[in-house]
Design a protein around this ligand. Structure first.
Ligand SMILES: [Cu+2]
Length: 159
């Protein structure tokens, strides 16, 4: 049993680089596209990505849709005196010029509500994102039980 667990861990490490894929729209590059696997009996989850904008003009992520049929809402999340607050970003999320918009666990995210079917670990799901200037892009996101893991080699570790 212990042997099996070790093999499983090694396989997971080897599989990690396969998570890296990018999508482009206009001058923007979308990286770290991932959705948290949905928990049993729960029909909401969150999607994360990083949008890199090397250009001199700011852009704005204004909306998103999912082929999975879930409603997708842009959410801002922040800490307020030790309390986690969450609110819909009605005006979208800014992608700064010469900068990046980072959606990550514990921060801003795309909220998926009303999933028609569970999103399972190691699967894929397709979303369409609309930017104010760059326009629309349709790309797949990796479904992962640990969406923090692709943020860097150490991020998935529990300290
Ligand atoms: Cu949310």
């Amino acid at each position: 049993m212990r042997m099996f667990a070790a093999v499983l861990a090694a396989t997971t490490l080897l599989a990690a680089p396969a998570l890296a894929h990018e999508a482009k729209v206009g001058g923007l590059t979308l990286q770290d596209l991932r959705v948290k696997a949905s928990l049993k009996g729960v029909n909401t989850t969150a999607a994360y990505l990083t949008v890199v904008n090397p250009g001199p003009k700011a852009d704005r992520l204004v909306s998103a849709t999912c082929e999975c049929g879930a409603k997708v809402t842009l959410h801002r999340m922040w800490m307020d005196h030790g309390v986690m607050r969450m609110r819909a970003a009605d005006k979208g999320l800014e992608v700064p010029a010469h900068g990046e918009l980072k959606l990550a666990p514990g921060g801003d995210h795309l909220m998926l509500t009303g999933l028609k079917a569970p999103l399972e670990d190691k699967g894929k799901v397709t979303l369409t994102l609309t930017f104010a200037h760059a326009g629309k892009v349709t790309t797949f996101f990796h479904v992962t039980a640990d969406p923090g893991a692709s943020m860097g080699p150490m991020a998935g570790m529990k300290h």
